[in-house]
Design a protein around this ligand. Structure first.
Ligand code: BG6
Length: 489
């Protein structure tokens, strides 16, 4: 469908991946063990049961550390991006990418997080990788922490609950800024910082079983989150200091919630969820906690330790832009008990009868992306960058080596239409990086068979396969979209 160019000149079209889901090489060149390396593939658990899929308890950690076989730990092998990145970047170049969002594995730079000096082999790997991107005219957009904190800090420091982890992270961030200042201009701090409550182990290293009850665990998670907020603000400060002209953003999951009806009670429920989703951007963009959250701490006698100076740090070092992931919308209802439910990477919610769902039960809602863009822009007046959006599907590799993924093309087309509509309505949008531009291991279920890419990777859930890269039908389509700057969808 041909349209007039509706995307701004210089729009950052591209794709996104994360180190722990793509690189593999989990114990090579001095890399330490991360929280991702203990994530198990759980074929016996329903793929829609996100709580159980994500959960990692003390015994799981113990077993994973002692496992003598990697088969059930797919993130340890990823898609071997560590060794194949040149081949993959050549494909991204062919797609016409202007940017690639990727992350640095903290454990390649500081294997346990506590070291005084960084691991040179890890630093060199990313220097080579970013150089290769630049050689191909692809702007790196780098996340400092994408679900891959050092496992050592979980086992010995209670993860981000410990204040010391702030300094360790800031040291890591500064080393990255210093080393890559000539290569990387765009940075993100914590991937989906709001996901601390959805999967606390992977995000802040909180092992819930260590806490005597729900409230204690919740307090610990808020404490850890506070530390991440401070660390993110300090990273923002050093990024600007070390790399003049750089831009650094926060990264949140946009969890748009609709009321089921115009019943004011439904509206209040939906508003509560949307307000909670705004907490993370409020702190990182406006530089302060919203009053309702501080009130919640007081009312529930949650003692979140904030050091002197934290408030000023949050206020002073706010982000340059807002990046976010968008996969689905949710519905709230006072009659939730009686309603059919759907899952997804968010919490389970009421099914929206107007929306189709993906193979994994995620509600597909392109218009929700338009609403999200407008909501975020009107609230914060900061440039936005959609850094994750896509559909996880079962793809079929045909005998002739083709993959006919028309459903993926439909998904992206409808979402691009809505981004264009939002831009027409005055939203400032810097770019779009699809998740994931090449098939990688799923974050939640550790499956390979949950595929998002324009590029098929020949590997199964247990790691069998040639790891050959194949262009899907959507590959040619996305290439055309980028070439025409979104005017030919
Ligand atoms: C986001 C994460 O929540 O969703 C990614 O930032 C993740 O790491 C993506 O891969 C899709 O989720 P999943 O579980 O399908 O891989």
């Amino acid at each position: 469908m041909k349209n007039q160019a509706r995307f701004p000149e210089g729009f950052f079209w591209g794709g996104a991946i994360a180190a722990s889901q793509a690189e593999g090489a989990w114990n090579i060149d001095g890399k330490g063990m991360s929280v991702a390396d203990v994530a198990m593939y759980k074929p016996d658990i329903d793929i829609k049961d996100y709580v159980k899929q994500w959960h990692v308890g003390p015994e799981d950690i113990e077993n994973a550390m002692n496992a003598d076989d990697d088969a059930m730990f797919p993130k340890r092998r990823g898609i071997d991006f560590y060794h194949k990145y040149k081949e993959d970047i050549a494909l991204f170049k062919e797609l016409g990418f202007r940017t690639l969002r990727l992350s640095i594995a903290w454990t390649r730079i500081f294997p346990n997080g506590i070291e005084e000096s960084p691991n040179e082999k890890g630093l060199q790997f990313y220097e080579d990788l970013f150089t290769e991107l630049r050689k191909n005219d692809i702007e790196p957009l780098v996340t400092l922490s994408h679900y891959e904190m050092p496992l050592y800090l979980v086992n010995n420091y209670d993860g981000w609950v410990s204040r010391e982890v702030v300094d360790m992270f800031v040291r890591y961030a500064r080393v990255c800024f210093e080393r890559y200042k000539g290569l990387v201009r765009y940075w993100l701090t914590f991937n989906e910082i709001d996901s601390v409550f959805r999967h606390p182990f992977t995000t802040v290293g909180v092992v819930e079983e260590k806490y005597s009850d729900k409230k204690e665990a919740e307090t610990a998670i808020y404490q850890a989150l506070h530390h991440q907020f401070v660390a993110s603000a300090l990273a923002t400060r050093y990024c600007h200091q070390v790399i003049p002209g750089s831009q650094i953003g926060c990264m949140v999951t946009k969890t748009l919630t609709y009321p089921e009806s115009c019943n004011p009670d439904d509206i209040i429920l939906a508003q509560r969820d949307n307000r909670n989703n705004n907490v993370y951007t409020d702190v990182q963009v406006l530089g302060e906690y919203p009053r309702h959250l501080l009130q919640y701490f007081r009312k529930n006698k949650m003692d979140i330790r904030m050091e002197e100076g934290d408030e000023a740090i949050l206020k002073q070092y706010t982000v340059d832009f807002i990046s976010f992931s968008y996969y689905m919308s949710m519905v709230q209802s006072i009659n939730a008990e009686q309603r059919e439910k759907v899952g997804g990477n968010l919490i389970t919610g009421v099914k929206n009868p107007y929306l189709p769902i993906s193979d994994w039960g995620w509600q597909v809602d392109p218009k929700g992306l338009r609403v999200s863009l407008i909501d975020l822009y009107d609230r914060y007046r900061k440039p936005l960058w959609i850094v994750e959006n896509g559909i996880g599907s079962f793809d079929k590799l045909e005998e002739d080596g083709t993959i006919i993924d028309d459903y993926r093309i439909d998904y992206f087309r409808s979402h691009f239409e809505e981004i264009a509509n939002a831009i027409e309505e005055g939203v400032e949008c810097m770019g779009y990086t699809s998740w994931a531009c090449i098939d990688i291991v799923s974050a939640s279920t550790s499956q390979m068979s949950k595929r998002y890419g324009f590029i098929y990777v020949d590997a199964d859930d247990l790691g069998n396969g040639t790891y050959r890269r194949l262009r899907k039908k959507s590959f040619e389509w996305y290439k055309k979209v980028i070439k025409t700057n979104g005017s030919d969808l």
